[in-house]
Write a protein that binds this ligand. Sequence first.
Ligand code: AMP
Ligand code: MG
Length: 309
Amino acid sequence: MNILEPTDENIALAADALRRGLLVAMPTETVYGVAADATNREAVRKVFDLKGRPPENPLIVHVATFEQVLPLVREVPPMARVLADRFWPGPLTLVLPKSDLVPPEVTAGLDTVAIRMPKHPVALSLILAAGRPLAAPSANPFTQLSPTRAEHIDPELAKGIAHVLDGGPCFVGLESTVVDLTMNPPAILRPGGVSRGDIQAALGVPLGQIPSAKMRTSPGMYPRHYAPRVPVRLVECVPPEAAGLVLGPAANAMQIRMPRDAVAYACALYDALHRLDLQEPTTIYVERPDGGPEWEAVVDRLVKASTPG
Ligand code: AMP
Ligand code: MG
């Protein structure tokens, strides 16, 4: 695997690869993404092939400036400005009406495009150096665990990637919140790094419910997703001899004590699951965190990771 330090020279090298239609793995604050030039349909198709991602699952387009949003959309609803001002750069994705510049491969034929400005300095530098928006899902095979460190990236997957930029551990560690602003009122399609409460507070209106037909257009809503190879079981109490994630003291070397704070838990979650997965226990037990609203995204991932394949 060609892992590079994110020096200016290496970012320029990776940006050049992107402009030539190749793929680059980049750190963001949420998870590592496999990026392609969002305006190059051939390059975007490579992302789907590499991940084994069904073509009907749209990708998020990453920008480094708000100006880069404008050619990608037909209009910028006032709420988009409010949310971008408040949460960008950061783990919030906005679904907006798409322009013709965005190829249908990116949006899975939908009339909308999901856009976000990541907070990681390496991602922002790479987008600016490439000089174009980057379509980037997580750098893992479809339905599997997302990488939150460069070394989590599957070496088989990395064979299809020109360069992997190592930006250290992701500091949010869980995917972005996806908000659909083409609905009135807007609704969360996937809970993530920005909480429902913070979005509602910024908008000053309650978020709506997703109509069930919309669910099928949101890959984050597949029943099984974000899963290690080893089966995961969500339980009230992890058996003392078992491998798993616990909230109290660890009872053996195969247990990892997780933070009791939801944000810190989210940041540690995928790395902890990757570490246990490598040790190949028969099952990874996860103690269910008692869920206040701030646990929405973590509980969503734990339920999906524990759904049988
Ligand atoms: P991932 O790249 O695996 O983190 O997932 C991308 C997420 O973006 C999915 O969960 C979808 O909910 C969402 N998404 C991307 N594009 C669209 C779109 N045009 N409409 C609705 N959801 C989208
Ligand atoms: Mg993903």
